[in-house]
Design a protein around this ligand. Sequence first.
Ligand code: C2E
Ligand code: CA
Ligand code: CA
Length: 442
Amino acid sequence: MLIGMAWGTAFIVFDRPVLAAMHAVLIIFGLVLFWLAYRGRLTAAAMLAGHVLPLFIAVSCLFDNVPEGVHRATQMHFLSVALGGYFIFRRGGIYMKYVIPALCLVGFAVFSNTFIGIKDPALVIPQDVAEIGVWANTITALIELVFIVVIMNADLSTRRMMESEVRKAIANGDFVLHYQPQVDDDGAVTGAEALIRWRHAKMGDIPPFKFIPLAEETGLIVPIGNWVLRAACAQLAIWEARPETEHLTMAVNVSASQFRQPDFVQSVAEIVRLSGVNASRLKLELTESMFVDNVEATTEKMNALKAIGIVWSLDDFGTGYSSLSVLHRFPLGQIKIDKAFVHDMLTNKSNMVVTEAIIDLGDKLDLQVIAEGVETVEQLNRLREAGCRLYQGYLFSPPVDVEAFGKLLAVGVGGPELTAGRRSSAVPIDFGRAALSLKARL
Ligand code: C2E
Ligand code: CA
Ligand code: CA
């Protein structure tokens, strides 16, 4: 945007309306990127920038008609786009990570060594401006490069720091599980989803979105995931031992890299065996992204754990890119309607249609359907009307620690209109101490 404003102004002064308009487009494009970033759509913003910027630089090079004996410099911006693109998409697919940066490098080489471009003097940069432009472009492109290197370095140190902190947290026991109730049509708690929390001594509570993606990248998700599974199974064993809570199920999130571990099946089976829980009360949540490749290996792993009773649940359903065939090709027992659908259901007609279709499909395919992110009674009623029978969301309770979950089972969840027919025990159940001793045994 800054470059667009500077050059746009210069071209208005030098009476080059086409070039001024081009730079106005660059400013608008910058605004679009800001808007996307503001809406949290960072990947879309980066993808768009990765395509539009090289195109813009190439067109600008065509108009950059430098005088005899002076080298063109606009193509230097290709270098920062190539490096920035590679950095942003370093964990992405081949196309964004290699193809786009490679095309930028080709653009750099071509425009550095040839004079192809528009020759009409009325359209191109005036000669005297072009001479200053060479310096301006060289300097701004170098600033861009330095800026990217500084960001890359800062990112690397944050990562290193977080990585060592995660290792320490596993060793010190700074992770805890919170439980969010899953509720049936009568308002009775049928189970819970275990959600990890990091109690950092100095940084305070760190939400999962800040460390789970990093843990996935660095492979630390494997020890974290094993810890989560052990802790959740220990808790489930405690629930099973009490008549008031023996019916509860436990949902545990499994990340893609954890699932891909060659010994995933054995380690889950071993944890379940050691904890002594009834495996049919354990639900493992996967996301659609895991069904994209290695269909056979995925099915094999899922079947192996299904054989010991574990139920597979498809998390965030509707947000991924996989086809509906996932639903019958894989041995799933449950689908979770993503909270984004529930959130916009009442205001966005197509979200309502998709939600209804998912419920209907689940019904026809004999899959249990649970809606997550239920926040209002209106959403609950609408889901009920559509045929959904299981819910999870702030309306009932946010994820809470094990003591609060015990109290919640005793006093019930949600308002009085939701509590009719609820199963409840008379006194709050103290799971805390029992949990500690069982976790220690495991
Ligand atoms: P998720 O599996 O989709 O979990 C649901 C998230 O939605 C939780 O966020 C929960 O607190 C939040 N939530 C629950 N009810 C509502 C609601 O009514 N409205 C809204 N807006 N949000 C609601 P949380 O605990 O921050 O977890 C975020 C994500 O981190 C999880 O999304 C999951 O993908 C990941 N995660 C959490 N714990 C674990 C874990 O133990 N292992 C792995 N692999 N991932 C985990
Ligand atoms: Ca989940
Ligand atoms: Ca989810």
